[in-house]
Write a protein that binds this ligand. Structure first.
Ligand SMILES: [Zn+2]
Length: 212
């Protein structure tokens, strides 16, 4: 932005209109000349996204402005649905926690508007009762909890998360892959009932179903 009379680059914007190209009305701070200038606005660029929903994932893209930055665990709007960034790969094939949009090759994300889907395996001495439940993402499973599932009461003995197997402590549902439990005659009072949270799963490979 240079004054058309004196060439000064110190100008004040009086008016601005337009989206993809902006038409500016400028006033020179040095000589007071008023002039118009049209500037190109930086266009959003399309960035590749691999988004997961439960066990499946698909490719999509998101439009972002080149002067934006993204970071791990940031939330994106993917066609109107919120998704949390789980990984960022830059153009040098490195996984980074933080990157300017112009250096990003692929974003990995998870939709966060869906409940968490958790597998439950209850071991009846070799026969496994296996179910899937959908619970609030923030729901906490704790080792030792007594849970009702249909006609069965079981105690949580183990929790498998995305990273590890736990034998003590607790985990939020959105990181839990599977809960391992054992029934017991001594179990009377349950902490919560997951019966209404059971979902129908069409195919579950490698799981022995327990007949009640
Ligand atoms: Zn001027």
């Amino acid at each position: 932005m240079k004054c058309t009379v004196c060439g000064s680059e110190s100008c004040e914007i009086l008016k601005s209109k337009g989206r993809l190209t902006k038409e500016l009305l400028l006033k020179c701070n040095k000589c007071g000349n008023i002039f118009r200038e049209v500037v190109e606005v930086e266009k959003p660029i399309e960035v590749r996204v691999v988004v997961s929903e439960y066990e499946s994932s698909h490719k999509t893209s998101v439009k972002l402005y080149p002067d934006e930055f993204l970071e791990f665990e940031g939330v994106l709007d993917l066609d109107g649905r919120p998704a949390e960034i789980t990984s960022i790969e830059n153009k040098r094939s490195g996984r980074v926690m933080f990157a300017p949009v112009t250096e990003i090759d692929t974003i990995w994300a998870n939709y966060i508007d869906t409940p968490a889907r958790v597998g439950i395996s209850v071991d009846f001495g070799g026969k496994i009762l296996s179910r899937k439940v959908e619970v609030d993402r923030e729901f906490e499973f704790t080792i030792g909890d007594i849970v009702k599932l249909g006609h069965v009461l079981f105690k949580i003995r183990g929790i498998k998360t995305q990273e590890r197997k736990m034998r003590k402590g607790f985990a939020k549902a959105f990181v839990v892959k599977r809960i391992y439990g054992k029934p017991g005659d001594d179990l009377k009072r349950y902490k919560y009932d997951l019966t209404s949270k059971i979902i129908e799963v069409v195919t579950v490979p490698n799981v022995v179903e327990y007949d009640e």
